[in-house]
Design a protein around this ligand. Sequence first.
Ligand code: ADP
Ligand code: ADP
Length: 228
Amino acid sequence: MITFNDVTKTYPDGTTAIKSIQLEVQEGELLVLIGPSGCGKTTTMKMINRLIEPTEGAVMIHNQDIREYNIHELRWNIGYVLQEIALFPHMTIEENISIVPEMKKWKKQKLTNRIDELMNMVGLAPETYRKRQPSELSGGEQQRVGVLRALAADPDIILMDEPFSALDPISREHLQKDIRKLQQEIKKTIVFVTHDIDEAMAIGDRVCLMKEGEIIQLDKPQNLILHP
Ligand code: ADP
Ligand code: ADP
């Protein structure tokens, strides 16, 4: 589904963030990228939706170099959930979730149905929350809306970069369950970054352990060898 073919990324200042990695993310899997700060997790994610271009090698989606895709279509097909909750404060929950579907010119009825479906899926009653502003939601609720926004237009791929790191442990656990449930229901390919090993073990189909720009292990959670 997503393939990194011998990818290296060197930033203009000479920092090599990624050192010729080979990586295949399978269709429908939830792959966790984990490793210490600075190991190259975010750089890897940003190369998947072309926010960053590799210096060498290529990133492929469905066996096609992503440089050959129309950039807008590529990004519409990839939902991105960021660490900081980045809802637009002046827009309602409904408007926040509708951004990409509206760019794709979805019909009103289809969009309304989709929003209901998504909100119910994560326990946010549409009749209660639809017209609220982000400031009227708890941190955990806002983060759930951030996830729904990334899913709204039914992307093939979802990238999540430490989406729950700012949350308390209980909200975090709820959201981890939500993600597992969503992934099992909708069978999306998800790449999830964390530096929390418990989170990685709890949600990953496979875990990719990175260090200094290289992949040092890639396996199912139960097969990982962890050095404290
Ligand atoms: P992680 O997400 O694992 O914390 P990053 O991918 O953000 O790691 O960073 C990997 C390495 O690349 C780090 O050494 C970081 O300092 C460096 N880096 C990240 N962005 C830039 C940039 N724009 N310019 C120069 N170096 C960068
Ligand atoms: P926060 O702590 O930010 O207020 P939580 O995620 O802890 O947010 O959720 C607040 C309330 O919503 C809790 O009572 C919790 O049981 C409930 N809740 C959380 N996630 C879900 C969910 N996916 N489905 C149904 N209810 C949920």
